[in-house]
Write a protein that binds this ligand. Structure first.
Ligand code: HMG
Length: 395
């Protein structure tokens, strides 16, 4: 049975902060960010956006009534949790009006969470092929102000339908996993921003790729020359180049054959968005699919998922014949094109603002252009609503 990604959709906030401006504020050469890190813009959520509203906005285009009625499970992956008990997926289930016989869970393993979700969905669909699973990756990547990590921040969500009749990517059964307990990146409960040992995190990521690749090959996975494309977890796009250099070291002939073109299309979206933690690898995949002028039907793609802490997994898939007919690249391109640049002051206020811990009820003005928004809190209960412009249209 073929199981894989049947449909995929991206949501990115309508605002960004240019990294040339961040470099100016930090008093450094902009090329460090543009070339050294490989980032141009950082997607910034407005105060009426969070992981739930972004997830709902990513998932909404995938949901016609036939799809809604067959979704057995919503798996939401995030490391930007908005509640310690109630899952963000449950809020999304409510906002999107999903069926009550659909189970909902939230998964956390840093940036690896969505891949865990996909592998769980893969097994679920093998068990019950008539059903679908909605996997959502949604995050706000936030580091401390003026830290080295600030230039890699970003926000966004990816939603994917996993089914037994995949129209986008058939996932192969081979898996190369590698886990090791390490403190490379973490966020203690009392911190809104992540703490990171940046250089260690890069070393651990690269070793994880090496070990995961070894395990993927041991599990019967395809040789490197049989993979036309590579998508890596991209906390910043230079990381894809660093990841490819692992193959240049351990598989020099094959790496020379497939060359840098195997990963370059996967960098285009990430450069415009920044790190989206759980969503980053799938933004790389979408970037490849949306930006290729060549029809990639039947091409094989290798994917490396990495989540600090750390879990790595190398797996692969085949792009399904006719996938372009189901592409949402026009909507994605428009979403990225029609964003507004923020001033440094607004970026700081929006990105680092927080409501005091003892404020139970408040309202948030409408700023997002997304269909769904976070509208505030009532007695510590988070509230979500269709955006005002949609309510007006409906009225
Ligand atoms: P840094 O110390 O500011 O940067 O931190 P640097 O001094 O290492 O410079 C970066 C690159 O810019 C270097 O190139 C410089 O040479 C170059 P490289 O040697 O790496 O090829 N450079 C310039 N290039 C052109 N013109 C110039 C110039 N100046 C310097 N003028 C670091 C960089 C990535 C460590 C920092 O941004 C950071 O801590 N980021 C956050 C952590 C991170 O993204 N880690 C990646 C691996 S871990 C991961 O992916 C998991 C994660 O997504 C979380 C999760 O799983 O949940 C983070």
């Amino acid at each position: 049975m073929k199981v894989g990604i049947d449909d995929i959709s991206l949501y990115v906030p309508g605002f960004y902060f240019p990294l040339t401006e961040l470099a100016k504020q930090h008093g450094i050469d902009a090329d460090k960010y543009l070339i050294g890190i490989g980032q141009e813009k950082m997607a910034v959520p407005s105060p009426d956006e969070d992981i739930v509203s972004m997830a709902a906005n990513a998932a909404a285009p995938l949901l016609n009534s036939a799809v809604v009625n067959s979704i057995s499970t919503v798996i939401l992956a995030t490391e930007s949790g908005i509640d310690q008990s109630k899952s963000a997926g449950m809020f999304v289930h409510g906002v999107l009006g999903l069926a009550s016989n659909c189970r909902v869970i939230e998964i956390k393993q840093a940036c690896y969470g969505a891949t865990a979700g996909i592998q769980m969905a893969y097994a679920m669909i093998h068990q019950r092929p008539h059903e679908r699973v909605l996997v959502i990756a949604t995050d706000v990547a936030r580091y401390q102000q003026n830290s080295e990590g600030e230039c890699t921040q970003g926000a966004g969500a990816i939603a994917m339908i996993i089914s037994s009749a995949p129209r986008i990517l058939e996932i192969h059964p081979h898996q190369g996993r590698h886990s090791v307990d390490v403190m490379d990146f973490w966020r203690p409960n009392q911190h809104k921003a992540a703490l990171v040992d940046g250089k260690l995190s890069i070393d651990v990521y690269l070793d994880s790729l090496k070990q995961s690749w070894k395990n993927y090959r041991k599990d019967g996975g395809r040789p490197l020359v049989a993979l036309q494309h590579l998508c890596f977890h991209q906390p910043f796009t230079k990381m894809a180049k660093k990841a490819f250099s692992v193959f240049e070291t351990i598989e020099p002939d094959a790496a020379a054959k497939i060359g840098a073109r195997s990963y370059q299309l996967s960098q285009i979206y990430g450069r415009e968005i920044g790190n989206c933690y759980t969503a980053s690898l799938y933004i790389a995949l979408l970037s490849l699919l949306d930006n290729s002028e060549e029809d990639l039907s039947n091409h094989h793609v290798g994917l490396f998922s990495y989540g600090s802490g750390s879990v790595g997994e190398f797996f692969s898939g085949t792009i399904v014949e006719g996938y372009t007919k189901h592409s949402r690249k026009g909507a994605h391109a428009a979403m990225l094109k029609y964003r507004s640049a923020l001033s440094y002051e607004t970026y700081q206020n929006w990105f680092y603002q927080d409501v005091a811990a003892d404020v139970a009820s408040y309202r948030v003005p409408t700023l997002t252009s997304g269909q769904y928004r976070f509208s505030g809190s009532e007695g510590f209960r988070r509230l979500y609503a269709p955006s005002l412009h949609l309510q007006k249209k409906a009225g």
